[in-house]
Design a binder for this molecule. Sequence first.
Ligand SMILES: [Ca+2]
Ligand SMILES: [Ca+2]
Length: 69
Amino acid sequence: MISTDPTGGQPLAASGDVNGDGVVDIADVNAVIDMILGLQKATAVADVNGDGSVDVADMNSIINIILGL
Ligand SMILES: [Ca+2]
Ligand SMILES: [Ca+2]
């Protein structure tokens, strides 16, 4: 999924920055886990691989981003 920000600001969807704090790290993995478990509402930015659902594949995608894979 390609998402463009007309304001030219931070990258949005598919960046892996689920909690929007400007960095992709373990906190974003935790946020996705919470969404998978239903502890917090799933958001569009958490659908990192753009397949329309927030699940373990998105968690893996974020881990890969963190690891630079
Ligand atoms: Ca983040
Ligand atoms: Ca997904």
